[in-house]
Design a binder for this molecule. Structure first.
Ligand code: ADP
Ligand code: MG
Ligand code: MG
Length: 433
């Protein structure tokens, strides 16, 4: 791993560095810095006006500095003369507490204080669309059940393999690529790893997939529900906890091979599900994926209630194997850093307070969900999610007041902008009132 970036530039032929940070809304912001200037930037960071991005700052604030983490260096596989670097944010010599990557590192530190490391893998579904985003890019991709469609997958061979080849070269351990359950939708899987590594990879994967798609005259979107009749894009997260090489969620004698500690972590996610939704499902559009009516393929594959199960894809949490579980709640709009931070915050709360996840349900939730008594429902829209987020004393304690206040403030501004938008639906249904 590179520690001296100027030296790395010489050795690897890097001409420019992208010093990049992810803001609260998940947008990646960057400065393109020539290698000749990287030594200074590595020390003091690249300067930004924080208010100009989605951070809780004012135009009167002093400079925001993005200090690159040399461990995160990736040469762009499609333009190797550029080195991408994830950065941490500082202002007036202090860490910006509400910056997503800083926040995640704090949470990772909390787990590390107990000798624990959370490892995770993400399944980033995406659509390949026309460049205007109005339609899927492949007019022949029309099957009612398009999941794993070999023919449609192979029509996008050039795009998918360019991305997969890049992941192979980067050593991420990609192991499968498929056409997903919606027309025009794909998924690519690589190996899980420590939460910060997965978050950086997740951020880079989105950048890479969009860039490679653009190169091929297409557009890649991670929007949760770009087409109402089709299955949306989830970003399932698989989670395990480790102490060195010991898998702490694994216990042969536990139900489904999961330990008591694992069930407490799951209990934390069940207890805090509505509160973390604003982080795992952060857009207005997110709520058209969860709680959605049946899609043309036959199922949404997204949860609508706060339940867990074994190897069954109709619940919010699925336990597919001993020693790990899958949270099916997050979607393509989730900020890679806030997603991992939300998992840790809810999970650590579950462990600290021995939260009981309740009864495992082995039913088909899409068919029999209504039979479950007192079943907690997920928020129906971003506003309800934000109210639950803001009201959560657990999140305030785990994530800190500064982050909760900043995120709620900016997201509420976004919700208000949406609420002020006059839609055709209102005209269609209200004009004759
Ligand atoms: P599925 O579609 O069945 O949910 P995928 O194979 O698409 O599963 O994705 C599984 C993800 O879980 C991958 O990123 C994989 O590396 C990750 N994973 C596997 N085992 C673990 C584990 N023990 N801890 C965390 N993540 C894991
Ligand atoms: Mg998958
Ligand atoms: Mg999955």
């Amino acid at each position: 791993m590179a520690t001296d970036l100027a030296k790395a530039a010489k050795e690897r032929g890097i001409k420019y560095f992208l010093i990049s940070y992810t803001d609260l809304f998940g947008a990646q912001r960057a400065k393109l810095v020539p290698a000749a200037a990287i030594a200074g930037m590595q020390k003091s960071g690249a300067g930004f006006a924080g208010f100009a991005t989605w951070l809780d700052m004012s135009p009167a604030d002093s400079d925001l500095f993005a200090k690159p983490d040399p461990e995160s260096l990736i040469q762009l596989p499609w333009k190797p003369e550029v080195g991408w670097l994830a950065a941490d944010l500082f202002m007036d010599g202090k860490e910006v507490e509400h910056a997503p990557r800083n926040l995640l590192k704090r949470l990772i530190g909390k787990a590390a204080d107990r000798g624990w490391e959370m490892k995770s893998g993400v399944e980033c579904e995406f659509f390949l669309t026309t460049t205007d985003g109005q339609a899927i890019s492949d007019p022949s991709d029309t099957h009612e059940k398009p999941c794993y469609d070999q023919q449609a997958l192979m029509r996008r061979y050039d795009v998918i393999t360019e991305i997969c080849d890049a992941m192979l070269a980067l050593g991420w351990g990609p192991y499968q690529n498929d056409h997903e359950d919606a027309n025009g939708q794909f998924e690519m899987n690589w190996n899980f790893g420590p939460a910060l590594q997965t978050a950086d990879q997740h951020a880079f994967f989105k950048f890479m997939t969009k860039s490679v798609a653009e190169k091929h005259g297409l557009r890649a979107t991670f929007m949760p529900k770009p087409f109402m009749n089709l299955t949306g894009s989830g970003c399932h997260a698989h989670v395990s906890l480790w102490k060195g090489k010991t898998a702490l969620f694994e216990d042969e004698s536990g139900e489904l091979g999961v330990s008591a500690l694992g069930y407490s972590f799951i209990g934390g996610l069940i207890h805090n599900a509505d509160a973390i939704c604003a982080m795992t499902n952060p857009t207005v559009n997110s709520y058209k994926r969860i709680n959605a009516p049946r899609t043309t393929s036959g199922a949404t594959w997204a949860p609508n209630s706060v339940t867990y199960t074994g190897n069954n894809r109709t619940h919010m949490i699925r336990i597919p194997d001993p020693g790990r579980f899958e949270l099916r709640l997050p979607d393509g709009a989730a900020n890679p850093y806030l997603l991992q931070a939300a998992l840790l915050a809810a999970g650590l709360d579950g462990i600290d307070n021995k939260r009981d996840p309740g009864q495992r349900l082995d039913i088909n939730m899409y068919v029999d969900g209504h039979t479950v008594k007192d079943c907690k429902k997920l928020p129906l829209n971003l506003f309800d999610a934000l109210r639950a987020f803001e009201a959560s004393s657990v999140l305030k304690e785990q994530l800190g007041d500064e982050f909760v206040t900043a995120f709620a403030k900016l997201k509420t501004v976004e919700w208000n902008a949406y609420a002020r938008h006059l839609t055709q639906w209102e005209r269609d249904n209200t004009l004759d009132c």
